[in-house]
Ligand binder design. Structure first.
Ligand code: FES
Length: 113
């Protein structure tokens, strides 16, 4: 689906997506790196479980939410890959137990994005 253009010898980092190791270009956003590996399903919506993937690639649409290194609700297009990063799909609403910031919000009775 996506093809790298102007590819040069680049430095790389190892990341894990859903437990699978992959080597991706250093400096890429998580979204660009996963799309480059052919991964387009990043999250499922909370209500219908519809599959979503990056759309805007600039932090506007929130369709690229992932759980990165245990922190939910991170926009993959706004986070740079780093060595050893653990990336998981976000299925439905984020689990407050995975994200202390969400748990604090839930305890105050506030809604989250
Ligand atoms: S792709 Fe739209 S916010 Fe990340």
């Amino acid at each position: 689906m996506f093809t790298k253009i102007g590819q040069t010898q680049e430095e790389s980092v190892r990341v894990w997506f859903e437990g699978c190791e992959m080597t991706v270009g250093k400096g890429l956003s998580v979204a660009a790196a996963l799309l480059g590996e052919g991964i387009t399903h990043f999250r499922n919506t909370p209500v219908t479980a519809a599959e979503r993937g990056p759309f805007c690639m600039m932090g506007v649409c929130f369709d690229c939410l992932l759980v990165i290194d245990g922190q939910a609700n991170l926009q993959a297009c706004m986070v740079e890959v780093s060595e050893g990063m653990c990336i998981e799909r976000q299925c439905g609403a984020a689990d407050p137990e995975l994200d202390p910031a969400l748990a604090a919000t839930a305890n105050r009775g506030e809604t989250t994005p």
